[in-house]
Ligand binder design. Structure first.
Ligand code: FES
Length: 109
């Protein structure tokens, strides 16, 4: 089962174990990580925004065009930004490290 490291908004590092084939958003919710996910994965809110550690970014499958479009509108976006609801955990991602941005903007508001 892959481990995931979340760097929380206050800088705390939290390592959790994920089931395979669940999304990063689901892992966050299962472990009390402050990731909202207001649209529950339909790429309509951007409140699941994470900044992926450089060394992991290239290992993720490329973002769908819809995800790219949503990230273009996301507050505080970085070069390695992704939507947590679109990252599916596999054993190949064991050790994935992501940082929660300082703030998110709910595009559905
Ligand atoms: S949960 Fe809304 S875009 Fe990911």
């Amino acid at each position: 089962m892959p481990k995931v490291v979340f760097i929380e908004r206050n800088g705390n590092r939290k390592e959790v174990t994920a089931a395979s084939n669940v999304t990063l958003l689901q892992v966050a919710h299962a472990n009390g990580i402050d990731m909202e996910g207001a649209c529950e994965g339909s790429m309509a809110c951007s409140t699941c925004h994470v900044i992926v550690a450089d060394e992991w970014f290239a290992k993720l499958p490329a973002a769908h065009a819809t995800e790219e479009d949503m990230l273009d509108l996301t507050y505080g976006v970085a070069r390695t930004s992704r939507l947590g609801c679109q990252i599916v955990l596999t054993d190949a991602l064991d050790g994935l490290t992501v940082r929660l941005p300082s703030a998110t903007r709910n595009m559905m508001d």
